[in-house]
Design a binder for this molecule. Structure first.
Ligand code: UP5
Ligand code: MG
Length: 196
């Protein structure tokens, strides 16, 4: 496939900002293919015979960023399957890129993004959501120690990515504190303005 046949929108925001929740709405209304980098890493971690399983487990628990070669490869493979088997051309890439090296590598070697949907949410709100989800999610990083580390990585490592895209006029910023359906109304308005 060639890059001009596909549209990629990155979905960023702190841990628990609601990226996955909003992507689910967008999938049902717009027919996007939703690829969550975190979900792909968790699948790879659990895949029998994966050479990266233990490494991914450690990075996720510590809230740090898995080396980009692994994540970019998982995303590229998933995109290839969706393009060839499901005839998808519109992609929401959720929770990626969260480090500048990943952003540069993906846009150079896979496809440049159309824009980044950025969910802005204060830490206290995100913390409450994640602790609440942690009661049932089974996610190894939904505990207070991992959550604090994820917040730190987000501020120090991932916000520079948002700032760089912002300087290119490629960020659509949405406040994510309202209930999900209200947040989604704002998303739809912004998508309309951007011609999606
Ligand atoms: N909720 C959602 N929206 C709400 C709203 N508007 N009002 C009230 N409640 C709301 O939502 C989280 C919870 O909040 C849910 O219970 C939901 O019902 C509720 P969700 O939509 O899941 O939020 P999301 O932003 O997707 O949170 P998530 O925990 O998935 O974010 P993370 O960015 O932390 O997790 P991710 O899976 O992307 O990454 C996990 C780890 O993988 C990273 O820490 C990192 O170690 C690794 N990783 C990499 O190394 N590289 C990558 O490129 C990507 C991930
Ligand atoms: Mg998520």
């Amino acid at each position: 496939w060639s890059p001009d046949e596909v549209t990629v929108i990155f979905v960023l925001g702190g841990p628990g900002a609601g990226k996955g929740t909003q992507c689910a709405y967008l999938v049902s209304d717009y027919g996007f293919k939703h690829l969550s980098a975190g979900d792909l890493l968790r699948e790879e971690q659990d895949r029998p015979g994966s050479e990266f399983g233990e490494m991914i487990k450690t990075y996720i628990r510590e809230g740090t960023i898995v080396p980009m070669e692994v994540t970019v490869q998982l995303l590229e493979n998933a995109m290839k399957v969706a393009i060839e088997k499901e005839k998808k051309t519109l992609f929401l890439i959720d929770g990626f890129p969260r480090k500048l090296d990943q952003a540069h590598a993906f846009e150079r070697t896979v496809v440049p993004s159309k824009f980044t949907l950025f969910f802005d949410c204060p830490e206290d709100v995100m913390q409450e959501r994640l602790l609440n989800r942690g009661k049932t999610s089974g996610r190894a990083d939904d505990n207070i120690e991992s959550i604090k580390k994820r917040f730190r990585t987000f501020v120090e490592t991932s916000m520079p990515v948002v700032d760089e895209f912002e300087s290119q006029g490629k960020v659509v910023k949405i406040m994510a504190t309202a209930p999900p359906d209200e947040v989604y109304k704002n998303v739809q308005e912004k998508f309309k303005e951007r011609g999606v």
